[in-house]
Design a protein around this ligand. Structure first.
Ligand SMILES: Cc1cc2nc3c(=O)[nH]c(=O)nc-3n(C[C@H](O)[C@H](O)[C@H](O)COP(=O)(O)O)c2cc1C
Length: 182
């Protein structure tokens, strides 16, 4: 797959076939995702993979702030990936002070880059994905053992697409999103 096709053709996929995304395939996706850039190469992003059907159903029922749209996506998914970051590292100097006025927001930045890399790598393997931002971290922690020094940033539901993905939702033009100083 050409990189430009991968970028353009990745879609948020919310309906999945019964075909299993194997642990091996998920490991191949992670093996690409780990090449994501990060703050001073601190590599603070962590991936907690939930394959267990009962656990996915519990998370769907109790951990999405009653947003039924996401609950349905999680139940349909073949696996749910919980993305977290190791706290107090990305954006920090060695003495514990913040490096910039963005303070610890660089850890969200790192998680975003890693998430997009994961989704593109999944797409490369034929696996559909959707980023889920509506979730309840505290409730998730009641079911999944996330280390205390990590913060959950987002979820990614994955599975082989049920249908041929539709064309991309409308995007702003290059003119609308850019300015040049020439
Ligand atoms: C930070 C972030 C949070 C998102 N949260 C959700 C979500 O909670 N539920 C959902 O179905 N899609 C969610 N999405 C997916 C977007 O709706 C989707 O990327 C957008 O509509 C563009 O569609 P595309 O990914 O197919 O290009 C999220 C995307 C991002 C980047």
């Amino acid at each position: 797959m050409k990189l430009e096709n991968g970028i353009k053709e990745r879609r948020s996929i919310r309906k999945y076939s019964e075909r299993e995304v194997t642990e091996d395939t998920i490991r191949e996706i992670l093996d690409l995702s780990r090449f994501s850039p990060s703050w001073k190469n601190t590599q603070v992003v962590r991936y907690h993979i939930i394959k267990n059907r009962d656990m996915k159903e519990k998370i769907a029922k109790n951990c999405v702030l009653s947003f039924d749209f996401n609950a349905k996506t999680i139940v349909r998914s073949n696996a749910l990936v919980i993305i977290s970051v190791v706290k107090d590292t990305s954006g920090y100097e060695k003495d514990g002070s913040f490096s910039t006025s963005q303070q610890d927001r660089w850890e969200m930045f790192d998680a975003g880059i890693a998430t997009q890399t994961f989704c593109l790598a999944a797409h490369l393997k034929g696996v559909g994905s959707v980023i889920l931002g509506v979730f309840d971290e505290e409730k998730i922690r009641q079911y999944i053992d996330i280390p205390e020094n990590e913060k959950v940033t987002n979820l990614i539901a994955i599975g082989y697409p049920l249908d041929q993905p539709k064309s991309a939702p409308p995007r702003k033009s290059v003119e609308e999103i850019s300015s040049f100083v020439l």
